[in-house]
Design a protein. Structure first.
Length: 167
């Protein structure tokens, strides 16, 4: 083998080891949590079309363990606040309601992680996008039954299944 081939092989091995080490540092957490919150839906319709109603909402709550096992690390007792819109479309085929918004999950140390939230048909999904402090680089999802907000003004709980990727 020529000297350039040896050098190329060594560089390839070093790159492969670097990728392996970076993947070994990444973690995926999976857990189930109970989301309990209070929601308020503004009664003012933000749309003037009689077949469509759009209301804003705010939901605030807490995550706790849904099982006997505590939530991982700093997820236990994390506070969340969501703001968004609920839309109802009255169509000839029936009524369709969905919601979307943005949520901030804030831990006891004050660091937070942001999530987009969508819900329709009694299913809710959070898409975690990044955060501050120890949440920097965190991504993932949480999916479960329920709606955003919890069917209107009031209190309720639902179960969420989390899959979180940490750097």
């Amino acid at each position: 083998m020529k000297r350039g081939s040896y050098l190329l092989a060594i560089v390839a091995c070093l790159l492969a080891m670097t990728v392996t080490i970076q993947d070994a540092d990444a973690r995926t957490l999976t857990f189930t949590a109970k989301r309990c919150g209070t929601a308020a839906v503004d009664s003012a319709d933000l749309n003037d079309d009689p077949g469509i109603t759009v209301h804003s909402f705010v939901e605030n709550g807490t995550l706790t363990s849904a099982t006997q096992t505590p939530l991982p690390e700093r997820w236990e007792g994390i506070q969340y606040s969501c703001n968004g819109h609920v839309a109802t479309l009255s169509l000839m085929t029936g009524t369709y309601t969905f919601a979307s918004g943005v949520c901030r999950f804030k831990d006891k140390k004050g660091a937070s992680i942001m999530a987009n939230v969508t819900s329709a048909g009694n299913k809710v999904e959070f898409q975690f996008r990044n955060g501050t402090g120890g949440w920097a680089g965190v991504t993932g999802t949480a999916k479960g039954s329920g709606s955003m907000p919890f069917g209107g003004t009031g209190q309720s709980c639902s179960t969420l299944h989390f899959r979180i990727n940490t750097p």
